[in-house]
Design a protein around this ligand. Sequence first.
Ligand code: TYC
Length: 119
Amino acid sequence: MDAKAYKITHMSNEHTKTDIDQDPGLVVEDARPQLKKPPLYRVILLNDDYTPMEFVVQILQDVFSLDRNVATRVMLEVHTKGKGICGTFTYEIAETKVAQVAGLAQQHQHPLFCTMEES
Ligand code: TYC
């Protein structure tokens, strides 16, 4: 659903000081609507045979801000089905999260891999 945008305009009174009762002050009127929503990207986590489950759950909590129960469910979904969605973000946020996962996986020498796709 589209949110409606408004702008607030100050309608100054250019008459005499005695006209103060006529001054509408701040008024709210329709503003030009935003033209486009940014494209969104799903970050997809892939299964592998070596990365410990606990490491994956921790990544999902720390990088994707999932609570532990949701993180565990997503990890098990990836483990059983081969891949799963960590979240949906704008391009730069998705890209940053993919890079954070790659960095942490490399630091800990796990083959954990995730990628992004337009949603
Ligand atoms: N399959 C891994 C194991 O059995 C766990 C795992 C889950 C790895 C999700 C990666 O994205 C992943 N230890």
